[in-house]
Design a protein around this ligand. Structure first.
Ligand code: GDP
Length: 190
């Protein structure tokens, strides 16, 4: 029996259900050690992920097909610094900006990234999600929920608290990212 793992996104699959021809690129950005890689790995365990496509070009970028509201969409999760020369930021469809609630400096980096996105002409209207990670480390908390929420509001960003360690709110985050992208792509919406 042949494996169906090698289906390419962009083509209709054998069951006849439609697969997005577009791959939505999501940039996972933020300071070192905040949990970007851990969160990306946890996405793969989400019940909303229909399948993962092997990506031969670059093993750091993950392609996942998410099934939400009976519609499949393929996301390419790119875990790389925002200032990376090889990947111009305007090619992204959404920015997932991660900080650790235990690390104030990482919060400042996240705020700087949000500022950067909102002040760069080509990307200023792209959806952003501010992710407060490591919420399992309650006793080491250095950044309050109110601070996260208020800066997210200031930059017109969605706010999400997660724990990659406990696999907490990972589904909500994945669905949140895709919903933001779909909303953004709906004609007539601001
Ligand atoms: P990255 O540099 O942003 O990709 O961060 P990593 O995903 O490599 O995570 C850095 C460290 O933080 C690793 O030791 C992870 O196990 C740990 N880590 C990531 N997310 C969490 C979390 O939600 N809670 C806890 N307690 N540790 C985490």
């Amino acid at each position: 029996i042949n494996s169906t793992q090698s289906r390419d996104s962009g083509t209709a699959d054998s069951t006849g259900s439609s697969v997005d021809t577009i791959i939505h690129k999501v940039a996972m950005v933020g300071d070192k050690g905040v949990g970007k890689t851990s969160l990306t790995n946890q996405f793969m365990t989400s019940e909303f992920v229909a399948f993962e496509t092997e990506n031969d070009d670059d093993d750091t970028d993950r392609h996942v097909t998410v099934l939400l509201n009976s519609e499949e969409s393929t996301l390419e999760i790119v875990d790389r610094p925002l200032d990376s020369q090889e990947m111009p930021s305007q090619t992204f469809d959404a920015f997932a900006v991660v900080y650790s609630i235990t690390d104030r400096a990482s919060y400042q980096v996240a705020v700087d990234i949000l500022y950067h996105v909102r002040h760069q002409l080509e990307i200023k209207d792209k959806p952003t999600i501010l992710i407060a990670n490591k919420i399992d480390l309650v006793r080491k908390r250095k950044v309050t929920r109110e601070e996260g929420r208020s800066v997210a509001k200031q930059y017109n960003s969605k706010y999400c608290e997660t724990s990659a360690a406990l696999n907490h709110h990972i589904d909500e985050l994945l669905v949140g990212i895709l919903s933001q992208i779909r909303l953004h792509k709906t004609p007539g919406l601001p």
